[in-house]
Design a protein around this ligand. Structure first.
Ligand code: AMP
Ligand code: MG
Length: 333
């Protein structure tokens, strides 16, 4: 696909958007994917929890995006930017959990034309007690493969209405394992392509699109540098300064689908990582009390639902994967 720098904005009339044949086909594809994800994870022994929408604190790791405050009986609460804190806490009840979690992030205005950013979106959020990064990557790979397979089987008319060539999924469906490369190798590859990617940061969205264009099958990027992610991504014991984490990038230039990793779960390490990342531990009282009393070691991830829909349905822009899209900076229903 072409990287669309100038993606058209959604229609301002919600009826026009909802009733367009494209939106209806996309939402059927998304529905089929959600059913497939629930089917797969339920079979694997996961329990679905309904995630909170507001809380006293939320994930601080949403780079560049602003959080939204809510007046909660005179207390300043936040709309959830991600469910990470609740996912870790929930492992005290169940070993394998997932949720389909709404997130609100006021992304910078310049992201309104990336085709990949919404101010409100959803994650397929998974957390597994006692798991390694590799365990979590295997689950993420299985979810994507299973969701694509079910869409190809159960929504062929929608895919053809969207002119999505299912040949694009040949490798994925035949079981070709998703590739793996480290962040350092991805940065080197981007430098070779003439793209000035910082070695100390997340791969920027232009870089992701470049890497993703070079692959027919989704692939993992691992070992992001400390400082590029939130306090909860576990630091490697063998290579300090490197995190035991990963992203999953789609094929064909669609870019990042998912971020995840092993989690820090020990009180003193979490406090130290909060301080290093400029977070005030006092804000995280409920979470830190749970951590101090003990939460399991875990690994998990969040797959952007609208991003996955965009890839599977072959859409120009992520807003097309939402019934009521909130494009950054655009006043919308
Ligand atoms: P993050 O923790 O920032 O990596 O977010 C987890 C996943 O959510 C990403 O891998 C994306 O698939 C998705 N995501 C993050 N931010 C946005 C956004 N602004 N709009 C749509 N999807 C997003
Ligand atoms: Mg990410």
């Amino acid at each position: 696909m072409d990287t669309l720098l100038e993606t058209p904005l959604p229609p301002t009339d919600p009826r026009e958007h909802l009733t367009s044949p494209t939106t209806r086909a996309v939402l059927r594809v998304q529905h089929t994917m959600l059913a497939a994800v629930r089917e797969y994870l339920s079979e694997q022994g996961f329990t679905e929890l309904l995630p909170p929408v507001i809380g006293p604190v939320t994930d601080p790791g949403a780079r560049g995006a602003k959080q939204v405050d809510v007046d909660y009986y005179g207390h300043r609460y936040k709309l959830m930017t991600s469910a990470i804190l609740y996912k870790q806490a929930s492992l005290t009840a169940f070993d394998r959990i997932f949720c389909i979690a709404p997130n609100v992030r006021l992304e910078p205005l310049e992201t309104s034309s990336t085709g990949r950013h919404l101010a409100e979106f959803h994650q397929i959020d998974v957390e597994i007690a006692g798991a390694s990064r590799e365990d979590a990557m295997a689950v993420a790979e299985n979810i994507v493969r299973h969701a694509v397979r079910r869409v190809v089987e159960r929504a062929p008319d929608e895919l053809s209405a969207l002119e999505r060539d299912t040949g694009a999924f040949a490798g994925l469906l035949s079981g070709t394992p998703f590739g793996h490369r480290t962040h350092a190798s991805a940065v080197a590859g981007l430098h070779d392509l003439g793209h000035a990617q910082s070695p100390d940061a997340e791969i920027d969205w232009v870089g992701e699109a470049l890497l993703s264009k070079g692959s027919d099958v989704p692939f993992f990027v691992t070992d992001y540098p400390k400082g590029s992610r939130g306090f909860y991504d576990k630091e490697s014991r063998d290579t300090p300064g490197t995190l035991r984490n990963f992203d999953l990038l789609a094929a064909e230039g669609y870019g990042e689908l998912c971020s995840g990793g092993e989690r820090e779960h020990e009180y003193h390490t979490i406090i130290a990582r909060m301080r290093e990342t400029g977070e005030n531990p006092a804000k995280y009282a409920w979470y830190l009390k749970m951590v101090r009393e003990g939460i399991p070691a875990s690994a998990g991830f969040g797959i952007g639902l609208e991003r996955l829909t965009r890839y599977v349905a072959g859409l120009h822009s992520v807003w097309q994967a939402s019934a009521y899209p909130k494009t950054p900076g655009v006043v919308s229903p």
